[in-house]
Design a protein around this ligand. Structure first.
Ligand code: GTP
Ligand code: MG
Length: 240
């Protein structure tokens, strides 16, 4: 039987909110307004996952699927230094792929499963999980098909989490509501409907505070109170 590993986010407040960090064998979703820190948390987790278990890491490799082209290897360097790890070694343990269509994204997941059966991975990042679906299925009439394909993708993520004892961290976008004919994005409404809501083990809503401060709220979790944590985005990654 596989046991859950909890990986530190770099912020004690955020870790406490999550019951110790982001968990393997499950899917953590982060959604929220632009620049709220979703991708910065992904970068921090790329490093913290490689820490030994005694330092609240996962002692494992990282797979990163990037659909928006926002992964920055340069960002990894100061984060690795902050955690006392060699940046070159950390970068070598991040398997990175840019996805260009939802089908490509799905096929990358199939390929990763083969890799994960050979080497010890503890984290899979998908940033963002839904962006390509929104591009590839634009028409109203395509919504049902989009949701069906999205469900397939998410079930692969669940399978990977459970088969390889991996933490899946996926980011999501917020939806835009037509308000008086103009589409206004609503920072409190995650995209992906019931299909996405159902797949995520824990949903986190991020928002901006003052300066580098960010706020994370547990959204819609049956097992956790709807508490908040305040964290900061620093050169060394997510921090208190
Ligand atoms: P979208 O993908 O646009 O929806 O946003 P996001 O939630 O992924 O935001 P992201 O994680 O990219 O956060 C961007 C924020 O991180 C910006 O406010 C940047 O100023 C901040 N940031 C990025 N790099 C650094 C850094 O090296 N130091 C500090 N202090 N802040 C940084
Ligand atoms: Mg981002």
């Amino acid at each position: 039987r596989k046991s859950v590993v909890r990986i530190t986010t770099g912020s004690q407040a955020l870790d406490e909110l999550l019951g110790g960090g982001i968990e393997t064998l499950s899917i953590t979703e982060a959604f929220g307004e632009f620049r709220s820190g979703k991708t910065q948390l992904a970068h921090t987790l790329c490093v913290s996952t490689q820490l030994p278990l005694s330092m609240r890491g996962g002692n494992g490799k990282v797979a990163y699927i990037d659909t928006e082209g926002t992964f920055r290897p340069d960002r990894i360097v100061p984060i690795a230094e902050r955690f006392g790890l060699d940046a070159g070694a950390v970068l070598d343990n991040i398997i990175y792929a840019r996805a260009y269509t939802y089908e490509h994204q799905y096929n990358l997941l199939l390929g990763l499963a083969a890799k994960m059966s050979e080497e010890p991975f503890r984290l899979l990042i998908v940033d963002s999980v839904i962006a390509l679906f929104r591009v590839d299925f634009t028409g109203r009439g395509e919504l049902a098909e989009r949701q069906q394909k999205l469900a397939q993708m998410l079930s692969r993520l669940t399978k990977i989490a459970e088969e390889f004892n991996v933490a899946v961290y996926m980011t999501n976008q917020v939806i835009a509501d037509p308000g008086g004919g103009v589409f206004i994005s609503d920072p409190k409404k995650p995209a992906g409907g019931h299909v996405l809501a159902h797949a995520a083990t824990i949903r986190l809503m991020f928002r901006k505070g003052k300066g580098e401060q960010r706020i994370c709220k547990v959204f819609d979790a049956p097992n956790l109170p709807e508490n908040e944590a305040v964290f900061q985005i620093t050169p060394g990654g997510i921090s208190d």
